[in-house]
Ligand binder design. Structure first.
Ligand code: GDP
Ligand code: CA
Length: 321
């Protein structure tokens, strides 16, 4: 059985995984999920990227939105607002609240996040093994200008992304706690046993980059004997959705498919897929020592996404040969 390991963020990662499962239904897929977006709200631990993967693969996702639950209502949030309790800018629905309550209760009882995630997945049956990158607390912060001091201040990634809509310049992206974090149980083992490692079209800085920032993970990917293939989240010099260009700028990387490939570099990835509109970038990427192909990369539906996954696996076989 083919063992595939995927380093995934939220929406891009989850949608890709749905296509991958459809392309290779018999493969054993392990997902290493980003937890740098995690945030504590109303006393609850919220793991947006893990939940997006779990809900998407488990059939509970709000399809159009790409995050949160389907058939959602917001009574709890409205009641909290009536007490003047926010933040009002973070969307947490009633159904979603239950997930965060269960998670927080289990963590309070002493279970590590990896065990909690497994318990939540018992309900959702995502058809993949979903591992948080770490059981330790890591929270991505963004360094922005401080309107009142004239200096700079760090804000939580969710505040930068959701409240500010990435509309102010980001000077640095800091995965707070990453340096002291340990990979969650199973993460390094899965990478060591992988036949193929994939980077889905997830955010290269605040999703895949944060997972790679957990000590030992980047080294394990780089040392892997399995081919490592990525799919560009940048199409036609812009993110397909979201504001990945803003966080790429913060780390000095241009928003092009080729620049993202070079940012990962040939020590980390062996192959890279760009969209057909970026076919002109193929020679640039290959000159950097990374095998590159141009194929359609728009995840318009599960079939189109399954074809992308099949192309990624085909490129992996090509670099293995
Ligand atoms: P987040 O945690 O919800 O931001 O999700 P990810 O980090 O997994 O993915 C976000 C990235 O997915 C963004 O940079 C988008 O540009 C990219 N993305 C979303 N939809 C598509 C698509 O259909 N095709 C490609 N190539 N990239 C996509
Ligand atoms: Ca995310």
């Amino acid at each position: 059985m083919q063992r595939i390991v995927v380093l995934a963020g939220g929406i891009g990662g989850a949608r890709f995984l749905r296509g991958l499962k459809s392309a290779v239904p018999d493969a054993e897929i392990t997902v290493i999920g980003n937890t740098g977006d995690d945030i504590h709200l109303f006393g609850l631990k919220v793991c947006p990227d893990l939940d997006t993967v779990m809900y998407t693969l488990g059939g509970g996702i709000h399809e159009e939105q790409g995050w949160g639950r389907s058939d959602e209502s917001f009574a709890v949030k409205e009641e909290l607002a009536a007490y003047g309790v926010g933040p009002e800018w973070f969307g947490l629905g009633d159904r979603d609240f239950a997930t965060h309550i269960v998670r927080t209760q289990m963590i309070g009882a002493g279970y590590p996040l990896s065990a909690v995630t497994e318990a939540l997945c018992d309900r959702w049956q995502p058809g993949v093994r979903l591992l948080p990158m770490t059981d330790d607390r890591v929270e991505t912060h963004v360094l922005v200008d401080d309107a009142d001091g004239g200096g700079r201040k760090a804000v939580h990634f969710q505040e930068y992304w959701v409240r500010l809509r990435a509309s102010v310049p980001a000077h640095a992206i800091i995965p707070v706690g990453a340096e002291e974090a340990k990979p969650a149980p199973g993460v390094l083992e899965a990478l060591a046993a992988a036949d193929v490692v994939l980077f889905p079209p997830s955010n290269p800085v605040v999703s895949v980059g944060t997972i790679l920032a957990v000590p030992g993970v980047r080294e394990a990917v780089a040392a892997s004997k399995a081919p490592v293939v990525g799919l560009s989240p940048i199409v036609g010099d812009a993110p397909v959705r979201g504001m990945a260009d803003k966080v790429l700028a913060a780390v000095g990387v241009e928003s092009t498919a080729a620049a993202v490939a070079r940012h990962y570099g040939p020590d980390l990835i062996d192959g890279w897929l760009v969209d057909t509109v970026d076919a002109g970038a193929v020679p640039d990427v290959e000159a950097a020592g990374i095998r590159c192909r141009a194929v359609p990369l728009m995840m318009t539906d599960v079939d189109a996404t399954a074809r992308m996954a099949a192309e990624a696996l085909a490129l992996a076989e090509e670099v293995r040969a």
